[in-house]
Ligand binder design. Structure first.
Ligand SMILES: NC(=O)C1=CN([C@@H]2O[C@H](COP(=O)(O)OP(=O)(O)OC[C@H]3O[C@@H](n4cnc5c(N)ncnc54)[C@H](O)[C@@H]3O)[C@@H](O)[C@H]2O)C=CC1
Ligand SMILES: O=C(O)C(=O)Cc1ccc(O)cc1
Length: 367
């Protein structure tokens, strides 16, 4: 592909898409725009974009492809602005927002003027934000959902898929309604719950100052996503509010029921509740990279002795397996610690697992 790609919102998602598009289509010029001047400058320094647009209008008017990767409430406003600009005749516009129904509805302001808009949502990411977190492999193997309207031609969708082929994502088409219902269940509701668990712990810390230090294991796993950007999540909660409010009421109903079971000391029904959840959770596909999975992490139960980390990284280095991050997750009361090593992709993680299985006796696991 050739031409000008204009990316608005140079954060984790905009930056990562810029990298994948440039890699796949080296002849294109990637123009970037962000209200935060610092993010734009970082994007240039890190070679994530080729040029800073002089303004939203200037970047939009020369573009063949426009990608809106801003918080969803902002995206809707930018769509209205785009409808009033002199865009190229065949420009294709897409977004990356985590909600789709209201955005696709808003697209009428564009389609009425003959401008093509196809809603998009790369369902991979992380709790990190900003252009410095951008990476080329972010979307590899993840689902990338499109929510075209009924009048959109296959040719336009195929053109968008071609632009985005460097993501190596698995493209899927859904209605905006189905998209918002499923992401509500898998992503938006869990985010609200994760943040509320953290809030509850924060309030309890006044009486139990040791609480933060003890927060490990399960609590950390279930609340990781509470570290995500608050502007992004407040916007998502408002735009998917009908679905989210319904899901929250359903969840509160379930929690009331569980509360009753606990109060009644009803072991059998509590057992059934935990058992059903375990069976469904255990059967979720492990290697998929939907909303549920976003990292290529390998966890290693290591003995706590000096030199252990260099021993492990040494084995990986000898087999030329690169790592992107390394962290001791928790120091437990017993002898073992858990080392988490992150890799760029599934292949590197499998090679690492094989390498360490061969060379060590430590327990390895993938979440
Ligand atoms: N973070 C994630 O894991 C995922 C996020 N998304 C969606 O992608 C979009 C972008 O998310 P992230 O990249 O994570 O956010 P981010 O916070 O890393 O980046 C968003 C960028 O938009 C910029 N921005 C805000 N208002 C603007 C405006 N009026 N004009 C130009 N730039 C503006 C911000 O300064 C920021 O640099 C959101 O709609 C989000 O719902 C989709 C999939 C995953
Ligand atoms: O960090 C995680 O696990 C996420 O859930 C990332 C994420 C955030 C928003 C999306 O719309 C899709 C993926």
């Amino acid at each position: 592909m050739r031409g000008n790609v204009f990316i608005v919102g140079l954060g984790l998602i905009g930056g990562s898409l810029a990298l994948t598009i440039k890699k796949q289509h080296p002849d294109v010029i990637i123009h970037g725009y962000d209200v935060n001047e610092e993010e734009m400058n970082k994007a240039i320094i890190l070679k994530i974009i080729d040029k800073k647009a002089e303004s939203f209008q200037q970047g939009a008017e020369i573009a063949d492809l426009i990608i809106l990767s801003t918080p969803v409430l902002v995206t809707e406003k930018l769509m209205v602005q785009l409808a009033n600009l002199q865009l190229k005749e065949n420009v294709l516009i897409t977004d990356t927002g985590s909600t789709k129904k209201t955005i696709v509805d808003k697209a009428k302001v564009l389609t009425e003027k003959g401008i093509q808009f196809i809603g998009g949502h790369p369902m991979a990411g992380s709790h990190k934000s900003g252009v410095t977190a951008a990476k080329e492999q972010l979307f590899e193997n993840a689902f990338y959902i499109f929510t075209p309207n009924s009048s959109q031609k296959t040719e336009q969708i195929n053109t968008l898929k071609e632009w985005l082929s460097g993501t190596k994502a698995r493209f899927m088409e859904l209605t905006a309604e189905d998209h918002d219902e499923m992401t509500g269940i898998l992503s938006h509701l869990p985010h609200v719950i994760a943040s509320s668990l953290v809030e509850q712990a924060k309030e309890a810390e006044e009486n139990y100052p040791l609480l933060s230090r003890l927060a490990a294991g399960g609590f950390r796993d279930i609340t990781r996503i509470a570290s995500s950007d608050p502007t992004m999540w407040a916007s998502i909660s408002l735009l998917n509010r009908d679905v989210l409010v319904r899901l929250l009421k359903q969840w509160i109903g379930k929690m009331n029921h569980i509360t009753d079971l606990i109060q009644e000391e009803n072991f059998d029904e509590l057992y059934a509740f935990f058992q059903e959840a375990k069976v469904f959770r255990d059967e979720l596909p492990v290697h998929s990279t939907g909303v549920i999975h976003s990292f290529y992490d390998l966890f290693i139960d290591i003995p706590d002795y000096p030199g252990i980390i260099s021993e492990i990284t040494g084995y990986l280095a000898e087999e030329k397996i690169s790592i992107t991050n390394i962290r001791i997750l928790e120091t437990r009361e017993d002898v073992y610690g858990v080392l988490r090593i992150s890799f760029q992709n599934e292949q590197d993680r499998s090679l690492a697992k094989e390498c360490l299985e061969k060379r060590t006796t430590y327990d390895l696991f993938i979440q």
